[in-house]
Design a protein around this ligand. Structure first.
Ligand code: FES
Length: 106
């Protein structure tokens, strides 16, 4: 599935991510900047925060209690579009996903 990451300055990275990885890991593997992922994907740091532009964030799957709690700790403001990219496991239906990377993660 093809995922587009949009930086705060408007620059974009288009990544073909294999199903089963996470939106966070796909970013790291492809040198997409702005996703820090300090905890390595444990839903414990909130430095992998992204804003889901398309489709809407809820269609990507439920926000777990852990993710919901960590989303209250993001450095950049939480919005309706906020998700932790480490909790988004790539599936075929993610094809065409666009996420915005916040200006800062810490
Ligand atoms: Fe730490 Fe996602 S990598 S919460």
């Amino acid at each position: 599935p093809v995922i587009t990451y949009v930086q705060a300055d408007g620059s974009t990275s288009v990544v073909d991510a294999p199903a089963g990885t996470t939106v966070m890991k796909a970013a790291i593997a492809n040198d997409v900047t702005g996703i820090v992922a300090e905890c390595g994907g444990q839903a414990m740091c909130a430095t992998c925060h992204v804003y889901v532009s398309t489709p809407d964030s809820s269609s990507l799957g439920e926000i777990s209690e852990d993710e919901n709690e960590m989303l209250d700790c993001t450095a950049a403001p939480r919005t309706e579009q906020s998700r932790l990219s480490c909790q988004l496991v790539v599936q075929e239906r993610y094809d065409g996903l666009t996420v915005r990377v916040p200006e800062y993660q810490v």
